[in-house]
Design a protein around this ligand. Structure first.
Ligand SMILES: Cc1cc2nc3c(=O)[nH]c(=O)nc-3n(C[C@H](O)[C@H](O)[C@H](O)COP(=O)(O)O)c2cc1C
Length: 199
């Protein structure tokens, strides 16, 4: 086996990337803001819970603690400039509700901004937030899902925007996907030398 580099105190660890970009949208009164997030995950099916880790330094963090609701907007690869703009400029300095291509409407069930160009959007009610290290995990219950039926007609997004870290973007192209079921896994096990009897 090739020796791997090992570090006990990595200052940065980006080896688990890429992540789909999720743009967090929040509205407090007349203030609307969007922020790109890479650190997010589904946490539960029933109820449908979704978590996103946001630094308390972000303008979004202060808005979220007033609004108690947010949207999560997923983009197509062609909209990487939107992701970079929402993720490299702060709403404290620029009005990110007026960015070209970033037109938005209000959600169906919550008072959250929904990006018109998003290929899918979750409307989330904040149910819990927990400081963890230098970020805060905001957990939302999904109360509504918008999605482009054509874009997801094969069950997966056509070319979902991914963030690789270091200001690099890529896409999860559905033509590169491959099906591998439990039956395939059992066949693979039988055909390979991985079966218990053969170990
Ligand atoms: C693609 C991308 C992903 C990011 N992911 C996160 C994240 O998961 N959590 C976080 O706190 N900041 C993340 N950031 C940084 C914020 O988006 C950035 O600081 C932004 O300017 C905050 O905006 P705000 O001050 O208007 O809230 C990310 C930036 C980019 C470009």
């Amino acid at each position: 086996m090739k020796m791997k580099k090992f570090s006990k105190n990595p200052s940065k660890f980006y080896f688990h990337y890429p992540f789909p970009v999720a743009v967090v949208g929040v509205k407090v009164g007349d203030v609307v803001n969007f922020m790109s997030a890479a650190w997010h995950t589904q946490l539960s099916f029933d109820p449908p819970l979704y978590g996103v880790a946001i630094s308390p330094k972000r303008f979004t963090s202060s808005l979220l603690e007033k609004a108690h609701e947010f949207s999560l907007n997923f983009l197509d690869f062609k909209d990487y400039r939107l992701a970079g703009t929402f993720g490299r400029l702060s709403g404290r300095e620029v009005d990110k509700s007026r960015i070209p291509g970033g037109e938005w409407t209000i959600g169906n069930v919550l008072n959250v901004p929904i990006l018109e160009r998003a290929v899918a959007v979750y409307e989330c009610k904040l149910v819990k937030f927990e400081p963890l290290g230098d970020h805060v995990l905001y957990v939302g219950q999904i109360l509504g899902v918008h999605y482009d039926e054509d874009y997801f007609n094969t069950g997966v997004g056509r070319s979902t925007l991914l963030y690789m870290g270091n200001d690099l973007y890529s896409c999860a192209h559905s033509v590169n996907s491959v099906s591998f079921t439990k039956e395939d896994a059992l066949r693979f096990l039988n055909e390979s030398t991985l079966g218990r009897d053969e170990q």
